[in-house]
Every structure is written in structure tokens, then in C-alpha cells.
Design a protein around this ligand. Structure first.
Ligand SMILES: NC(=O)c1cnc(OC2CCCC2)nc1N
Length: 327
């Protein structure tokens, strides 16, 4: 095959494989068999081996690329990745709602409720639609460059559907099933087991060898936009829809609530149905939906005034309380 034909065939294969990957890992609805996927991947890898100068960072063959690093580079978050204030009961939630209403003249405030995924916060930076950098939150201002490891997370697109320059933030996590399988394997090998899926996800993304991270079945839900040159869209819910359109995985249980009573109902529902989820959550994040009200409310030194995390009571604490009540 001559180089020009090879270049066209390589591009076709890349687009097809990126689409298949999106269907399988983001939509959970594959349109081709694993056999067809693997056959096309092999064809792509052979063509790229024949024409190495045609390799690009967004090629699906580059997901598990790179050699083990000696250490991770530090990176600066131009927009700090802040932490959330906490609420532990209904009164805290109503106090939050009151503070929000006192902080703005706007009348029709609504909230977006998101399951609080118990993983680790990460930042993904795309330049002209191509994933250039993936980083941990770190202390909110300085994180670590773990691009090679995040590229192995199949639900993270290497190339998004528009050539936007945009930073997207989300939570990387390990599904409970993968966590249990990993610990069984480690136990069989006489290795230490991870205490919980969050530690397992963090430990996996801190691996210097991307081939190890690639085997850990990590996943992601994105939940906000950091730096964004276009920066429009007036509400958080519209931004989440836009991220879905770009090819990101947004948590399907996310819900826009008209008022704090609906937020409380949502929290009650998930307090009951939490065990049915295939991943761990440690609470519910509530955010003011209107971006202009978010801007008006601003931030304290470490957290946004327009968002709060309702935390579920920790299991052991609940058991202890119940023991006391029963004894
Ligand atoms: N663990 C989560 O699921 C989660 C964490 N953080 C946020 O929001 C950031 C951005 C605005 C304030 C904190 N949303 C979430 N869903």
C-alpha cells in the first residue's frame, strides 16, 4: 500500500476505533464485536508501525503508550480545583439554601444534584480537541501530570467531537466489581489489599508504569468545566449536556431540582438506593444551576459558596450509633 493510501486508511481506522471505544465505554452500547474491534486495532498498529511518522497522540493505538516514568511532573491549575463545604443533615442543607438566597437578588434559583463519586478529582486539558494533559487535583493549585495513566481510562476520549480548547474536570474511580476482583488477585499473590475503591483508584493512577494502570479498569464521570476559551452556556446543566455532546461520560443520575425540598427528596432517594450502584459514592453534591448566580456568590478561601456536599453518615459511625441505640 502506498503512503497516501495508508494515511487515508489510518485515519478511517482511527475514527472507527474511537467511535467503537465511545460506544462501548461511554454509552455501554457497543455496535461491533470485540473481534472486529481487535482486528481493526491490529490493522491500525501494523500500518502505524510501517509509517511511524503518521503516528498522532489521539490515535487509539496510543492509549496504553509510553514507558514507565521515574516520577510525575508537577502541574499548576490556572483555575484552582477547590474543595466543597459539607452538610450533614437537613438543617445544614436549608442553611445553605438560605445563604444562597441571601447572596443574590435573583428569585428563580434552581440546583443541580450530582452523586458524589468516591474517587479522585482529575483535570483533563484538551487543545484543539486533542487530550494534551491529564492531572490530579493535588492540593487544588498544584497537581501531578498523570496523562499517560489517564489515557488508559477507556471512557476518557483522546479526541472530542469539536476542536475545542477546554479543561474538563471529573472524578476517576474504580467500579466495585473491579475493586473486588483486584483485591482477590492481590490476596492470591500475597500482596496487600486496598482498603476501598477510592484508594485502589488513587493507587492505580499513581503507578509510574501506564501498563499497570491500563489493567485496573478505571472509569470516570466528568462534572465541571475549568478553563474554557469559549466559556458560554448559562447554566451548569447545559454545560453537562455539552460535555456529553463532546463525548464525555456524565453521571446519568444527575438531576436539576427546582428548590431545596426537591434536593432533600433526591438525597432521601439515594440514601436508600445507594447500594444498587456499581460504584461507591460518599454523598450528594448540590450546585446552583445558574452560572451568573454562581459568579455573584463566588468563593470562600477554599470552597465555592454556590455548592455544597451532603455527606452520608459513615457506615461504621452508623453501626456504632445503632449499637448504642439497641444496647
Ligand atoms: N466527587 C464528585 O462527584 C464531585 C466532586 N466535585 C464536584 O464539583 C467540584 C467543582 C465545583 C465544586 C467542586 N462535583 C462532583 N460531582
Amino acid at each position: 500500500m502506498d503512503k497516501e493510501t495508508a494515511e487515508k486508511r489510518i485515519q478511517t481506522l482511527r475514527d472507527e476505533l474511537n467511535q467503537y471505544n465511545y460506544e462501548y465505554h461511554v454509552l455501554d452500547n457497543p455496535s461491533v464485536s470485540d473481534y472486529e474491534y481487535d482486528t481493526k486495532m491490529k490493522e491500525l498498529q501494523d500500518l502505524e508501525a510501517e509509517y511511524p511518522d503518521l503516528l498522532t497522540p489521539d490515535s487509539p493505538s496510543q492509549r496504553v503508550g509510553g514507558k514507565p516514568l521515574d516520577s510525575f511532573q508537577k502541574v499548576q491549575h490556572n483555575i484552582p480545583m477547590l474543595s466543597l463545604g459539607n452538610a450533614f443533615n437537613e438543617q445544614d442543607l436549608r442553611d445553605f439554601d438560605r445563604r444562597v438566597r441571601e447572596g443574590t437578588d435573583a428569585k428563580n434559583i434552581n440546583y443541580v444534584c450530582e452523586l458524589k463519586i468516591d474517587g479522585l478529582a482529575i483535570s483533563l486539558r484538551y487543545i484543539d480537541g486533542i487530550l494534551e494533559r491529564g492531572a490530579t487535583r493535588g492540593d487544588g493549585r498544584t497537581g501531578e501530570d498523570i496523562t499517560q495513566n489517564l489515557k488508559t481510562v477507556r471512557s476518557i476520549p483522546l479526541k472530542i467531537s469539536e476542536n475545542q480548547t477546554i479543561e474538563v474536570r471529573g472524578e476517576a474511580f474504580m467500579p466495585v466489581k473491579s475493586f473486588k476482583a483486584l483485591n482477590e488477585a492481590r490476596e492470591a499473590e500475597g500482596k496487600d489489599v486496598f482498603a476501598n475503591p477510592r484508594n485502589a483508584a488513587a493507587g492505580s493512577l499513581r503507578q509510574l508504569d501506564p501498563k499497570i494502570a491500563a489493567k485496573r479498569n478505571l472509569d470516570i464521570f466528568v462534572y465541571s468545566v475549568g478553563e474554557w476559551e469559549a466559556g458560554e452556556l448559562a447554566s451548569h446543566s447545559e454545560r453537562l449536556s455539552y460535555l456529553k455532546q463532546l463525548g464525555f461520560k456524565v453521571n446519568p443520575e444527575t438531576k436539576t431540582c427546582k428548590n431545596i425540598d426537591e434536593v432533600i427528596a433526591y438525597i432521601q432517594y439515594w440514601t436508600e438506593h445507594r447500594p444498587e450502584l456499581s460504584y461507591e459514592i460518599d454523598g450528594i453534591v448540590i450546585k446552583v444551576n445558574q452560572m451568573d448566580i454562581q459568579e455573584e456568590l463566588g468563593f470562600t478561601a477554599k470552597s465555592p459558596r454556590w455548592a455544597i456536599a451532603y455527606k452520608f453518615p459513615a457506615e461504621e459511625a452508623t453501626t456504632t450509633l445503632r449499637d448504642i441505640e439497641l444496647s
